[in-house]
Each structure stands twice: as C-alpha cells, then as structure tokens.
Design a protein around this ligand. Structure first.
Ligand code: NCD
Ligand code: ZN
Length: 340
C-alpha cells in the first residue's frame, strides 16, 4: 500500500539528550509533527518557542525534510500580548488543566481563566489543542474526559465560534459523538494505542505500567468507537501518536509516569489496526490528508509504502537517559513500513 507521507499531529519529543533519540525516530516516518510544550519549565513565550525549535532542529538527520510545528503552553501568565508577539512562530497553543498529566503543573487551575486568551487566539487564528480531562478529585478517573467535554469543551466551542479546537488523544464514545456533532473547526486526534487497548490491558496478568497513559484506556465499547472513528475516513479525525517517552526507571516505580512511547512503531500499528477493521483504504485520509485539510496546510509530496509483512520491534529503545519501552515492542506487528 502506498500513501502520502503522514504527519504526526501530537508528539512529545522531550528535551536535552532525549532529543537525539526522539527527533530521528519521529522524522523517520513523519514529515511534520506538532511538538508538545510540556517541558519543565514549559515552553510558553516566543523566546521559549524559538529556543526549543532550535534544539530540535539540531537533531534532524542529514537529508531529512522533517519540520517541527511548535506549540506554546497556556499558563495563567499567558496574555493576548504574548500570543500577538509569538504568532509567527506558533502553530498552536496547548491547554492542560493543572495537574491533568505529565508536566502539567503550570496548566490552568480554572479553565474560565482562559477566556481572554481564547478570544485573542480566535482573532489571531491560532488553533487550540486541548488535553480534555477534568482533575476534580470527585470525578471518577475513567469519567474525566466525558466530564471535561460537558463542563469545559462545549462552552469553549460555543463561545468562540471561529476558534479551531482539537480534542487530543480521544478515548471515549462521548468524545467521538461530541466531535462528530460539533461545528466545523472542531476535530480530534487518535493514538495507535487508543485504537486497540482497553482498561483490561492495564491489568493483564499483573500491573502493566507501560500501558499507562493519559487519558487512560477505557472500556471496550469506547475503544471500539474510537477505532471506528479513525477508520471512518471522516475529515474530523486524524493521526496524533501522543508518543511520550519515559525511561524504564520512571515508569516502573511507586508512582509511575503516564505516557506511551510509540514513534518507531506507530505507523505499522495504525496500518495493522486499519487492516483489522477492513479499512486500509481509509488510512491515507486519517494519516496524511485530514490533518493538513483541517489546518489549511498542503499535503506532503512524498509517499511511503506499507505492507502486510510481520516484524518484531525491539522491546526497548536505548536512549542517553536509559531504556524506553517501545509500544508493541518484543512481539510481532503484522504490518511494516518499507523500507524498514
Ligand atoms: C504525556 C507526557 O508524558 O508528556 N503523557 C501521556 O500519558 N499522554 C502527556 C499527555 O499528553 O497527556
Ligand atoms: Zn500528549
């Protein structure tokens, strides 16, 4: 199967010595990638965005035309003036509710505080990327996404009709239904792991820290709704791996980090998942066409080949900071990207 080179509309490349692994891993498959700003300290102003882009660019392999698309982290200090200054360097702004996920302590404590910034983003035509989970301790962990949609996402989408909003890494039928029914300019990204994992996979034979990510995997009926949305070919759903490396030591501990590292295996896993749904003909729309159309960007001119040829990825990706578990590593994946 030959498809246009895909883009990754949601990835964590991290910083420092980790970039030597993550940038080549993502650049190998993807032409462009939207780079998340959840570093410590967060990437939040024009200087931070430019400096982070330069650190990433230093690791792009010779001959690659990989392009990082930069984001800024919305904190309580973000002002319309900040965005005005940064707009030419910014692809999008990322909203994290405070403490919803890895490195999100600087996120918004009250989503309502974002209103002046959302208004400025609507005028400046800067898309809003949303980590859609409430952190209210009274809300069941598995309901965090559905409650966020009702409490926060619907009001944002209603009050800023010209704002492009992407609900990232969706995990529930509630999210699928919301995005489908929403106005134009609202979309969602879908990860490889959320097309196939259920919450049972967190407990298969024992606790599985490498299947823990946020939003956490849900019941089978939610997983099925997410997989069907990806495979539908509908323009509102597109590829975002949420590849999020954490070392073995930081995952396998008393309070393990959330995040699944999938950059080297993601495209093969997507191809396998689409084939399993009888939807291989929809993979190119999901991976390579719907995202550019949503963001008003050209599609990529290069192509990649995928074939139904099993391979076994390494279990671990060695990095300068220690080994990182690769999603689906150590066991066969039925599809390959060629040349591997
Ligand atoms: C991400 C990370 O590790 O930065 N973790 C995750 O579980 N997905 C953050 C995020 O996207 O939530
Ligand atoms: Zn993420």
């Amino acid at each position: 199967m030959r498809i246009r080179r895909p883009d990754d509309w949601h990835v964590h490349l991290r910083d420092g010595s980790m970039l030597a692994a993550t940038v080549p891993d993502t650049a190998k498959t993807f032409r462009r990638a939207v780079v998340m700003p959840n570093l410590i300290p967060p990437v939040q102003d024009v200087d931070g965005v430019r400096a982070y882009r330069a650190r990433i660019e230093a690791h792009i392999p010779e001959g690659s035309n990989f392009e990082p698309l930069m984001t800024a982290y919305l904190t309580s200090a973000t002002s319309p003036a900040h965005l005005e200054a940064a707009k030419d360097d910014l692809f999008a702004v990322k909203l994290y509710p405070a403490n919803a996920t890895t490195n999100s302590a600087s996120g918004l404590r009250r989503i309502d505080d974002g209103w002046p910034v959302f208004e400025a983003m609507e005028k400046l035509e800067i898309p809003l990327l949303v980590h859609g989970e409430v952190t209210d301790p009274d809300v069941d962990f598995f309901d965090r996404e559905a409650v966020f949609i009702e409490r926060h996402l619907k009001p944002i989408v209603r009050d800023f009709p010209g704002l492009k909003v992407v609900l990232e890494h969706i995990t529930t039928s509630d999210a699928v239904d919301f995005v489908r029914a929403a106005r134009a300019g609202v979309a969602a990204t879908i990860t490889p792991h959320h097309m196939e994992l259920t919450r049972n996979d967190l407990f298969a034979g024992g606790l599985r820290p490498h299947h823990y990510c946020l939003p956490v995997a849900k019941r089978a009926r939610h997983r099925d709704a997410v997989a069907q949305a990806a495979c539908s070919g509908e323009a509102k759903f597109f590829l975002g791996t949420d590849s999020a490396p954490h070392t073995k030591a930081s995952k396998e501990q008393d309070c393990g980090c959330a995040g699944i590292f999938s950059a080297p295996t993601a495209m093969a896993v997507y191809a396998e998942a689409f084939a399993a749904q009888g939807a291989s003909d929809k993979l190119e729309a999901f991976a390579s066409l719907n995202g550019p159309a949503f963001y008003g960007l050209p599609v990529n001119e290069e192509f990649i080949e995928l074939e139904a040829k099993p391979w076994t990825p390494d279990t671990w990706r060695e990095t300068a900071e220690g080994p990182v578990r690769q999603y689906r590593g150590g066991a066969e994946i039925q599809w390959s990207v060629t040349p591997a």
